[in-house]
Design a protein around this ligand. Structure first.
Ligand code: AMP
Length: 138
């Protein structure tokens, strides 16, 4: 547990949350400032700063629960799909530094846009990027 971590406080019951799912490792609760109806955060009970620090088995479990919640939103809320998003570090929009995944149910005609595609590769750059990532992933 980390002092002053808002998600640790929710997990400890020191702050209120609308809990949609809980087991021994994971808690999922509604985002206080939702992007869409049913926007849920899936959070490991153990504190990790973000995906960089979280062990792979924890990440796998969080994404498995995220899928379940997305499917539940499709079955129970009338969502027609969902996005699963994780912001890692400030530059990526992370505001709460306790690893979490957003499940954002999507509804016909909701016109949510976070996926604006603005990046243009310079000549030869895409090949260079693939090469560098291939190397880094070896
Ligand atoms: P991120 O930008 O990925 O770090 O997102 C943090 C999310 O946590 C934001 O969408 C906030 O609305 C949400 N949030 C912050 N405080 C609370 C809280 N007390 N209960 C529920 N959601 C929260």
């Amino acid at each position: 547990m980390t002092e002053n971590c808002v998600f640790c406080k929710i997990i400890k019951g020191e702050l209120p949350a609308r809990v949609v799912y809980e087991d021994e490792d994971v808690m999922a609760f509604l985002d206080i400032n939702p992007v869409s109806k049913g926007h849920t955060l899936v959070v490991p009970k153990k504190h990790y700063r973000n995906m960089v620090d979280a062990p792979d088995d924890v990440i796998a479990k969080i994404y498995t629960i995220a899928k379940k919640i997305g499917v539940a939103a499709m079955n129970a809320l009338g969502a027609k799909g969902f996005n699963v998003i994780s912001n890692n570090e400030k530059v990526a929009g992370q505001e709460v530094f306790h690893f979490h995944v957003h499940v954002i149910p999507r509804y016909t005609g909701d016109e949510l846009r976070y996926d604006v595609k603005g990046y243009k590769y310079a000549e030869g750059e895409a090949d260079e990027v693939v090469k560098k990532l291939n190397e880094a992933l070896k």
